[in-house]
Design a protein around this ligand. Structure first.
Ligand code: AHR
Length: 652
């Protein structure tokens, strides 16, 4: 062989060898567009809600008066104070009605100095220019024919933002309505209080004081506009309601007793909620359903299953009243107006039934050490199925069991973990029984960051979501929890929440934006992906694992999932890079006959995983969309350090 040929051959071998070793290291995602993937659950991403962290009172529910029926504390009218020669006390001998057993007795002894009653609101009041507030209260006076002024004022009383007069307060209980509007030059501030004042000495009784700013869709007794907009932007598919622990309550009397949440506010007593404060029940069953309607989504209705958080439970015949109550509740939601509870719904203002597919029996019944859930579930299941065979029933103890030949269609699983745990377990559903009970991940969250999550949590969330989305033939629904936190001092009971707000403003955490991206960019079919040379990281053990002597293992550092819109051919490839260095990824679109060279990249990233959004810096970490050029059937994409990316690729 000639010298030159030998040289050429060895050069060629060298090149081949280096290409092979390069290939051995290149991270490759081969999207097998020519292989059938399963359908994506049409209800995959939704919302979960309950009264926690001032989710409704002092949160989504737009009422601004705190302790409006004077029941928040047994002994004193908390959040209320008096000014001038005035004394106030709770009065149980002069109730407004049988539902509201306490009123406030206001003794105005003299008016030589201005006399007033002040409510401090939920961490102040939301004052904005040119804004009309609708208010009302019940009142009576011992001597009668009295006049009041009502106003929103600065806390030092130095500035009146809006004011109205209420005249002719008589000697019998009556409701007085008013509206007032702030001026064009009013500030945007929460430094405000609500004041009822009088120039006439007398003894007065007051109850059910209410003041609403404008609400979403202008709904009376409605919701905060900004928070509803954040929810709507997420494009959720369902709302799991009303809990969570809030469904169950500490004791039977504290469960979510839906009948007591219906109708006029003066008929709603409210109740002690499990997260340390009372609920006004202004957010009642109908308001929950209308909340769903406003977002164009379906309720997933959890019914009280005869088990309380303190561990009391009822079985057998004793459970029947709660089964009846659940059947009536379902009738309230979907019964036509010829049914008893459908007619009540119509009387409450909503003749049209609501859509409903899923009923959940209880909440986290794996905590029921009595072992009664199987039996309780069977009783509910059989009664609901007998009347409403079309409904799918969700069990909550994470176990599959047969019920007279049938079985729960879906089981609710909950996961609260740190980011490394989420990333370690992102393949959780890859090997689940494909013919078994479907899964509703009814509560899940990566719990890092407070009050809302940080970017590391969003990375854990996104890794976990790739697993749920890839397995959305099994995981039919998933909802993050908790959804809300009021970030004002003392309002939070549970750290690491999705959406934060104070009296005036609201914002989404990095986890919120990760979810918004996953919900928004979603096809209807999962694409099978072969991943090669996926970068690895060392698992971070939690304190318990370390104490138990577990050894960390290597887990992926890069996570991915892809879906395709079968009508348009659009491919959504999601890539989660948990590491601080960029990752070059060779993306192959196997089986695509045509690929449009212009795509789009949507990137959520941070310089450091501890970074986050706050009420004062709400948009530090948000998704940024930009064109993606030169897309071919085989191209390289550089995933940014610490990033969650969606690549939108147009294929045929
Ligand atoms: O999301 C907070 C709580 O966590 C829920 O109320 C309960 O279901 C779970 O334990």
């Amino acid at each position: 062989m000639k010298k030159k040929t030998i040289l050429q051959l060895s050069l060629c071998c060298l090149l081949l060898a280096s290409e092979a070793s390069l290939n051995a290291q290149t991270t490759t995602l081969t999207l097998q567009l020519d292989k059938p993937g399963h359908a994506v659950s049409p209800t995959l991403y939704g919302l979960m809600t309950e009264e926690i962290n001032h989710s409704y009172d002092g949160g989504l529910y737009a009422e601004t008066i705190r302790n409006r029926t004077f029941q928040d504390d047994w002994n004193k009218p908390v959040f209320w104070s008096a000014k001038g020669d005035v004394s106030i006390e709770l009065d149980r001998r002069t109730p407004l009605n049988e539902h509201l057993p306490v009123s406030l007795k206001v003794d105005v002894k003299s008016v030589s100095v201005p006399a007033s009653l002040v409510n401090e609101g939920f961490w102040g009041f939301p004052v904005r220019p040119n804004t009309t507030y609708k208010g009302s209260f019940y009142a009576k006076a011992r001597k009668g024919d009295r006049d009041f002024s009502v106003s929103l004022e600065s806390k030092d009383g130095g500035r009146v933002y809006a004011k109205a007069e209420v005249t002719g307060v008589g000697t019998d209980w009556r409701k007085y309505d008013f509206t007032f509007t702030t001026a064009a030059d009013a500030p945007v501030t929460a430094d405000a209080q609500f004041v009822i004042s009088t120039k006439e000495a007398d003894t007065y009784w007051i109850d059910l004081v209410s003041l609403f700013p404008p609400t979403y869709n202008n709904t009376p007794n409605g919701n905060r506009i900004d928070i509803m907009q954040l929810l709507s932007d997420m494009k959720p598919k369902f709302l799991r309601l009303p809990g969570g622990n809030y469904l169950e309550g500490d004791f039977f009397k504290d469960r979510f007793a839906w009948k007591q949440t219906l109708g006029a506010l003066e008929n709603r007593p409210g109740h002690q909620a499990p997260w340390g404060y009372r609920s006004s029940d202004g957010m009642g069953l109908l308001e929950y359903l209308e909340w769903c309607e406003d977002l164009h989504i379906e309720p997933v209705l959890a019914v009280f299953a005869g088990y309380t958080l303190k561990g009391d439970h009822l079985e057998g015949k004793l459970l029947q009243p709660f089964i009846d109550e659940a059947l009536e509740e379902i009738e309230y939601v979907i019964g036509d107006t010829n049914t008893k509870w459908g007619a009540v719904r119509a009387k409450d203002g909503h003749p049209q039934p609501f859509p409903l597919q899923y009923i959940e029996v209880g909440n986290e019944d794996w905590f029921d050490r009595s072992g009664s859930y199987h039996q309780r579930f069977a009783q509910f299941y059989n009664a609901i199925k007998a009347k409403y065979p079309q409904l799918q029933i969700i069990s909550t103890d994470g176990k599959k069991f047969d019920i007279q030949g049938g079985a729960a269609e879906v089981e609710d699983e909950h996961y609260y973990r740190n980011a490394s745990e989420m990333e370690s377990d992102a393949d959780h559903y890859d090997n689940y029984d494909r013919n078994g009970t479907k899964v509703f991940v009814g509560e899940w969250a990566t719990r890092e960051g407070s009050p809302t999550t940080n970017f590391n949590a969003a990375l854990g969330d996104a890794a976990w979501m790739t697993g749920m989305e890839r397995n959305s033939d099994i995981v039919v629904m998933a909802s993050y929890a908790p959804l809300f936190v009021n970030v004002s001092p003392g309002a939070m009971q549970w750290k690491s929440d999705l959406i934060g707000y104070n009296t005036l403003n609201s914002y989404g955490s990095p986890s919120y934006y990760a979810q918004k991206m996953f919900n928004t960019y979603l096809g209807d079919n999962v694409i099978v992906i072969e991943g090669n040379n996926i970068p690895q990281q060392w698992q971070k053990l939690n304190a318990r694992d370390s104490a138990e002597g577990r050894k960390p293992k290597q887990i992926p550092a890069l996570f991915y999932v892809a879906t395709r819109d079968s009508k348009t051919g659009t491919v959504y490839l999601k890539i989660v890079n948990t590491q601080g260095n960029a990752q070059a990824i060779n993306i192959k679109l196997q089986g695509a006959s045509k690929v449009v060279s212009n795509g789009q990249q949507i990137v959520l990233k941070a310089d450091d995983p501890s970074e986050t959004n706050t009420i004062d810096d709400p948009k530090k970490i948000v998704p940024v969309a930009s064109p993606l050029k030169k897309v071919t059937k085989d191209f390289t994409y550089n995933a940014a350090p610490y990033s969650i990316t969606v690549l939108q690729l147009e294929t045929k």
